[in-house]
Design a protein around this ligand. Structure first.
Ligand code: FES
Ligand code: FES
Length: 121
């Protein structure tokens, strides 16, 4: 039900881990399935210079957060904030089944929460 690219990110999640002294932290969850992502960012001159995350969830949540971390790393905050779930699914060659599409929202929710915390701090 998952394609090889999704399985690769699930088996070997990129940028997985906890960050010491992050500049911003945000969480995103799905109340229906209970999955959630906690995202840690290093930010310099409005560029995301490093990304780490913890994820509690299904293979879809792990793979989409992994590829999302690659997509936002090195990006300007505004550009990162504009990445959509469609971009994430495309980056995984659309290898998620229909019932797992919502998994791709978690990283984005966490990023938007982190950016709000960052701006308010
Ligand atoms: Fe969300 Fe699998 S963990 S349903
Ligand atoms: Fe809900 Fe994966 S099943 S995020």
């Amino acid at each position: 039900m998952y394609n090889d690219k999704v399985l690769d990110h699930f088996d070997n999640p990129r940028n997985l881990g906890i960050m010491e002294n992050p500049d911003a932290v945000g969480t995103g969850g799905d109340p229906n399935c209970g999955d959630y992502v906690e995202l840690f960012l290093k930010i310099e001159d409005n560029i995301i210079t490093d990304v780490k995350y913890q994820v509690n969830g299904c293979p879809g949540a792990i793979a989409t957060t992994s590829v999302y971390s690659e997509l936002i790393k090195g990006k300007h905050l505004e550009d990162a904030a504009e990445i959509t779930d469609v971009d994430i699914l495309e980056a995984l060659d659309n290898g998620l089944p229909e019932e797992k599409m919502h998994c791709s929202y978690l990283g984005g929710k966490a990023l938007h929460a982190a950016l709000i915390n960052y701006i308010l701090n």
